[in-house]
Design a binder for this molecule. Sequence first.
Ligand code: SAM
Length: 250
Amino acid sequence: MHEQRHSNRRHSTSIDNKNRKRKESDIKINDSKKRLSSIYSNGKQEQETLSYNDRKCSKSEFDDARLFCDNCNKFYDNICPYHKQSYIPDKKISKSSLKHSQRICDLTCPDGIIIKASTISKAGKGVFATKRFEKNTFFGPYTGTRHSNFKSAQESGYSWSIADKNGKMIYIVDGYDPNNSNWLRYINCPNTVEQQNVQPIQYDRNMFYKTMKTIHPGEELFVYYGDDYARFLGIEPFSTETVQMSIDDD
Ligand SMILES: C[S@@+](CC[C@H](N)C(=O)[O-])C[C@H]1O[C@@H](n2cnc3c(N)ncnc32)[C@H](O)[C@@H]1O
């Protein structure tokens, strides 16, 4: 799997180093968002102007610059030209207007998303829909501190690893810090395969979340963290190979 949820802890670097890295990663995230939103928000026009490739991709050819369409069961260089997909970016916030007690991640929820106590006992907070979201709606990207300290990622409980096409980790994105992360950090792991309604998609070196089915008002969002972390939470692993790279079998 390209995506792996790690259990536990943060790393430490100097403040300057941290700020510089944060700026660099902000630029990269913005590029990916622009790509995804230009593809999705302007889909019709893009379909005419961008060339897309409907060649089916094998696992070894996995390349996160392409997007998988569940309906066609194929990868495309850009948006699937046949099936509707949409992208909902985070709510924009002005850091200067933040009140003392506010945490940045809590303010990034887009319309139709709220954070409150999870339906899973002792799981803390979770994310709920207050309006309907269609299948194939993208959210994100997942934001956080970027580093490559596997051990600290393991201890954080809020980390995804971003991998190259050979499965080698490029970096970890760690949403542990509530002031350097977004609302996606609150999405819990489902206890059963039926509960799962969101899947992680690595696209353009960022982690996005995509709805796997229609989500109705009142429903909690759940993304499977992977077998290892499921075990850590005491959940019977049920890897359904839902990640982008692995839905390409005949
Ligand atoms: C990425 S955070 C999710 C947000 C977290 N609930 C919170 O309030 O900040 C992952 C942590 O949430 C809790 N969690 C997520 N899914 C869970 C589940 N199915 N059962 C128990 N705890 C869960 C665990 O403490 C886990 O380390």
